[in-house]
Write a protein that binds this ligand. Sequence first.
Ligand code: PLP
Length: 391
Amino acid sequence: MHAFDYSFDLEGYITKERFARLKEFASDKETPFVVLSRDVVGRKYDGLRRSMPYADIYYAIKANPDAAILELLIEKGSCFDIASVYELDWMLKLGASPERLSYGNTIKKARDIRYAYDRGVRLFASDSEGDVRKLAENAPGSSVFFRILADGSGADWPLSRKFGAQPEVVFDAVLLARKLGLRPRGVSFHVGSQQKDVTQWRVAIKTCRALFDAAAQRGIELDLINMGGGLPAHYFHPIEETYVYAAEITDYLREFFGNDFPRIIVEPGRYMAGDAGVLVAEVVMVSCKEREGGVPWLYLDVGKFGGLIETIDESLRYPVYSERTGESRDYILAGPTCDSMDVLYEKNLVRLPADVREGDRLYLFTTGAYTQTYSAVFFNGFPPLKSYVLD
Ligand SMILES: *Cc1c(COP(=O)(O)O)cnc(C)c1O
């Protein structure tokens, strides 16, 4: 076990002024809940627009499908990456037009493809022969991009293995797609979520180049690269500013494609929503397991099943803040359910004031992405994680 050397700088995550407003707003509400900021999402969107002006932004809505966030992004002209017919219905209901949607899941039922096609979706991801055949039959003539495997190394939340295929398999799928009357458009990848190693994008872009060349030799002009998600949010560990990542990635594109880029798509999820949420939780209990020594356990009213599942293997480290100012000490942090896996941080102890006590509120920053969507429905009877929009 080790604790971080942790001096918490609140203003690294939120301005004092907004924190005061958030506390006031939260004061009469029953915890746990996430407070969302549309302003932050808007700034993230604008920041990415500025640093990758050549790219079309398809927000990956699974990160946070809150109507307020989606409506803002629709207003700003964003496109969207959807993964199911349910997300499709949700987007259409909110007023997104189907030309702005990409069906980015490589795993889909034939009837779901048909459903999306009938509602106007014409851009699909694929990574296998079986899926290409389903697309040809149920979404005839549609544009398809093909996902290559990325091993996810360097990512805090890798998406390796399950999605994508080796370049040779992708190449076969491109040829098959053309034969079956689809429009093979390009290549996609996802370098793994919360990816801090920017060189992972280079590896993937290089493979895209090779596939573009191989396809050209067979008379197929690919003209689209979908670079997926992976851009990081600001958790406990510091990250580079987005424009630094963007500038590197742009250099890699130039390296392999010169100044004449194909159409570029990015699908940020975590980057867009992560920093926009603050989870407000309450301390249920602080207790010790030993009479002497030992690290105290701090139980919150939110845990792995209440939206913090990404603490599995302590992969993602949420900054945890208490307003108390006393001497600090280390805690094991755990959730409220009767499941022994519902421990948040035990290897990476959390440093908090020693006088934190039952009934205190704690604030977990960077909880705008992959929290609410991951929370269980009735485990131990706890309701799903609520959220409110403050600004
Ligand atoms: C989840 C997902 C994303 C978003 O990834 P982040 O790391 O959250 O940015 C983008 N594209 C696809 C296809 C995804 O499945």
